[in-house]
Design a protein around this ligand. Structure first.
Ligand SMILES: [Zn+2]
Length: 351
């Protein structure tokens, strides 16, 4: 295993961002290759600690000559966001200088060819970082982008072109739900990893062996040793199942039997009022149409100071907010509906 330091020039003289990249060479050029990154949203840490727990397993496999395909690992992919604090509070989701979400505005290339990347020498440090992450991941058979939600289940975003081929991966990782998407108009990292393969010959696209997913490892606070260890085992099982690592001791696992939900079925549930949220439901709960999801206390101590929010359709709760203060129009939770949402915003990746 080799450790390399990537350097991204900052936007002011004297500022340079650095992040480490770990590479396992692999012994078989024909074996599938893998790329894992975490904390593109720099404060989302369940994936960081899962990768940290995975490394000794990979080191052992390497020592025993069991790493088949090349493997690239970026445990903290966003040094710009990692360093951003605003009045003492960490800000890892948006670039404070440009208000751009770190997981948007990636270049969506027409083909998997790094020569098509835009010139970003004057584009800003976050665009240089995005170009570099695309360069590191482009052409890899397996690309995993590890995130987390506010509070949520462990779930995967997967492009429809890769489903159901990737059902084995969902099972290996222990995902509790899969969200299928079609369109990326915003340039997520996942979009940058899969869209270049949509209009190329099947022999290049290789959807049967390609793996691309945004992994949502539950919530922001789900960062502890036991989960990190079990998520590391899930990542390891995926790498073994897809032939990057050899390990005959990994036991067989059950087929994926969790819900597979098209993105247009997700109801985001905007809050009708600003106030304090009293939730009636938590991630994983099954709800029926008309069930109360939450009460917003918008005018405490006053008659009529509470507003209730009800389920627009039956389904299950995928995520909810981690903080209990909300403004009108902000999303209360994600309800994975049994049918199509009537909310016009559903259908976009929201990671
Ligand atoms: Zn994220």
């Amino acid at each position: 295993m080799q450790k390399m330091i990537e350097r991204i020039a900052g936007d002011a003289e004297g500022t340079v961002y650095e992040f480490p990249v770990f590479r396992f060479e692999g012994k078989d050029r024909a074996a599938p290759s893998g790329y894992l990154q975490a904390a593109l949203h720099a404060g989302e840490l369940p994936g960081v600690v899962a990768i940290d727990a995975l490394m000794p397993m990979l080191a052992k496999a390497e020592a025993e000559g069991r790493i088949r395909g090349p493997l690239t690992i970026v445990p903290w992919a966003n040094p710009i966001g990692r360093a951003q604090y605003h009045f003492g509070e960490h800000q890892g989701r948006f670039n404070l200088g440009t208000r751009t979400n770190f997981n948007r505005s990636f270049p969506l290339l027409a083909a998997p060819d790094a020569k098509l990347l835009p010139d970003v020498s004057l584009g800003g440090a976050d665009r240089r970082l995005k170009n570099r992450l695309v360069q590191l991941s482009l052409g890899q058979d397996i690309v995993l982008d590890l995130h987390c939600d506010d509070e949520g289940l462990a779930y995967l975003y997967i492009h429809t072109s890769l489903w159901p081929h990737m059902a084995d991966c969902a099972a290996a990782m222990g995902a509790e739900a899969v969200l299928l998407w079609n369109e990326d108009n915003t340039g997520t990292f996942e979009g940058a990893a899969i869209m270049p393969y949509q209009n190329v010959p099947a022999s290049v696209a290789r959807f049967d062996r390609r793996v691309v997913t945004t992994v949502e490892y539950r919530g922001m606070l789900d960062v502890h040793g036991a989960l990190a260890a079990s998520d590391a085992e899930g990542l390891y099982r995926l790498l073994v199942t897809r032939g990057v690592v050899e390990d005959s001791s990994v036991p067989k696992f059950e087929k994926f039997s969790g819900p597979v939900v098209p993105l247009e079925n997700i109801d985001m549930m905007p809050s009708p009022r600003a106030g304090a949220i009293l939730y009636d439901v938590k991630p994983g709960d099954r709800v029926k149409k008309g069930d109360r999801l939450a009460t917003i206390v918008h005018a405490p101590c006053e008659a009529g100071g509470r507003t209730e929010v009800f389920a627009p359709q039956s389904g299950f709760i995928l995520t909810r907010r981690s903080r209990r203060i909300i403004r009108a129009g902000e999303d209360l939770l994600k309800l994975a509906g049994d049918g199509r949402s009537s909310d016009a915003r559903s259908g976009t990746l929201e990671d």
